[in-house]
Design a protein around this ligand. Structure first.
Ligand SMILES: NC(=O)c1ccc[n+]([C@@H]2O[C@H](COP(=O)([O-])OP(=O)(O)OC[C@H]3O[C@@H](n4cnc5c(N)ncnc54)[C@H](O)[C@@H]3O)[C@@H](O)[C@H]2O)c1
Length: 247
């Protein structure tokens, strides 16, 4: 498979290494310094493109890939406020896009567990309050993480008494906490690749669900597997549609 990499930072470099190990070819590498080379003509040399750039540049890159009609995996987070317009653009032009706040199989299993547990805990919401924590490296540009937002939205979907998530930074103490708010405490520490926890706390005990990434390999491998899956499809997909966890 011929792959175009859009964004050649920490994730782009790891994706390159995993893609080469899986016998794919990298035919285009775009980063900030050569962003002008992201043209329709150059993109069309690839079978699929994988985008891990920045929240500031992803929408422009998406637009170009959609025009080029090259199937695109989007790992960049921090742009989901524009999801509907990108989806409409993708579908109306007959292009192919898959987005995901997290491509790793472990986190996608965690998403499923989270939904099941939230459904169960909603029945005990008179006894347990639910909150979240996420920890990432200090270079991360968005907060809370896209993965944390997916987890939070899945909880809110199941919980009758939660209607909105609220981001609280580690240096910004929790204030004006309304019971209907789902608090996400975001911590930025060292080089932490990504830790997410969902906490159910009552007067008598505490239940924690936690995913700890040991590195970025899981995210990168998931993105390459997603590109292999997407290559011959058309339409607009979430990574959740790729993983089938039915027993
Ligand atoms: N979905 C997932 O599984 C997942 C996993 C990890 C990270 N992420 C997200 O992926 C994104 C990238 O993460 P990272 O750790 O590689 O960040 P990074 O800062 O290491 O890399 C981003 C790269 O994008 C480049 N860039 C800047 N402008 C560009 C442009 N116009 N076109 C192309 N590239 C450009 C930067 O020069 C940089 O090299 C972030 O949004 C992060 O949150 C998603």
């Amino acid at each position: 498979m011929k792959i175009a990499l859009i964004g050649y930072g920490k994730m782009g470099k790891m994706i390159e290494s995993i893609a080469l190990d899986r016998n794919h070819e990298i035919v285009l590498v775009i980063d900030q310094a050569n962003a002008q080379d992201l043209t329709i003509e150059n993109l069309q040399k690839a079978d699929v493109a994988i985008e891990f750039s920045t929240p500031q540049t992803v929408l422009q890159n998406l637009e170009t890939a959609i025009k080029a009609k090259v199937p695109l995996i989007v790992g960049t987070t921090g742009w989901y406020g524009h999801l509907q317009e990108v989806k409409d653009n993708c579908i109306s032009t007959g292009s192919t896009v898959m987005y995901g706040s997290n491509f790793s199989v472990g986190v996608n299993i965690f998403f499923q567990i989270n939904q099941q547990v939230a459904k169960m805990m909603n029945k005990f919401s008179d006894q347990y309050d639910v909150g979240m924590e996420e920890i990432h490296h200090i270079h991360k540009l968005d907060s809370p993480s896209g993965t944390a937002i997916t987890i939070a939205e899945d909880i809110i979907h199941e919980f009758d008494h939660k209607n909105e998530w609220v981001d609280v930074k580690s240096d910004d103490p929790v204030t004006n906490h309304k019971p209907e708010h789902l608090i996400i405490e975001s911590y930025r520490e060292g080089e932490v690749p990504g830790t997410h926890a969902v906490i159910y706390d009552s007067d008598v005990d505490r239940i924690e669900l936690k995913h700890i990434a040991h590195g970025r390999q899981g995210f990168a491998l998931g993105a390459v597997i997603a590109a292999e899956w997407l290559k011959d499809k058309s339409g607009f997909y979430s990574v959740k549609e790729m993983y089938d966890f039915k027993a």
